[in-house]
Design a protein around this ligand. Sequence first.
Ligand code: SF4
Length: 288
Amino acid sequence: MKPQDLGTTAPNTWCPGCGNFAILNAIKPVLAELDEEGTLPLENVVLVGGIGCHGKIVDYVGANSFYTIHGRTIPVATGIKLANPDLNVICFAGDGDAYAEGLDHLIFAAKRNVDITAIIHDNRIYGLTTGQYTPTSPSWFLGRSTPEGLEVPPINPLEIVFASGGSFIARGYSHGIELLKDLFREAILHRGFSFVDVLQVCATYFNLYKHYNDRVYNLEDHDPENRAQAEEKIREWDYNSAYDSDVSIPLGIFYREERPTFGENFAKYSSKTTDLDGAIKKTLEDYI
Ligand code: SF4
């Protein structure tokens, strides 16, 4: 299979220069390669899209897909995975999607280590509705709903996922397609919850290409299995750098660990558990 075999006839409505193209052009070769080498047959892949400009990506990739409502890619993906553990489920969500309305789902997917992949198109703006601030917009952001400035600092989504127990945490950039391909492949093959925040530039309403080009660098000599190192690198950039600031934005895999997935633990939550009193008693004996 070639990446072009994953094309569709849906007309593309993204603006010229939109960072969504890079994500689309990175995921197709990765899925084609995984299918070709027999690692992950395409028939076992399900793409889940949210609401926002990013959501159209599921129209543009010729694979099984599901459109959800705003903020709900992760619970839908979780249900798909639990219903059929043989499927590999990849969520595409926006920052307004996953970090605002859907933030609780993101936290719990990380905490539970649900074996799905979340790729976040983080353009730091609501592009589809023509330019309102989102949870990752910087405090100096001037937009349609904040014409005199936002004055509220952004969240660092990597820090939230890390604190919530995320077992694979990475950041890419829409002007670096080779790194995106590497990150997507690693994330898809990770057993557990994999999270990739992509700095996806909205060319029309919040063009940060120069801002990022002057500041991004790829992580090197970084051990993603070292929790202290990961925490330090995750905190290196707080998503709030202004144009005159002297900051660096690391890209790559920040953290990775192996631990049991939600699906593996799920049987323990089953209503078929007959000796519930015994299980609770044992838990109390073990931990108190
Ligand atoms: Fe891309 Fe922004 Fe256009 Fe939406 S509005 S398609 S995010 S450039």
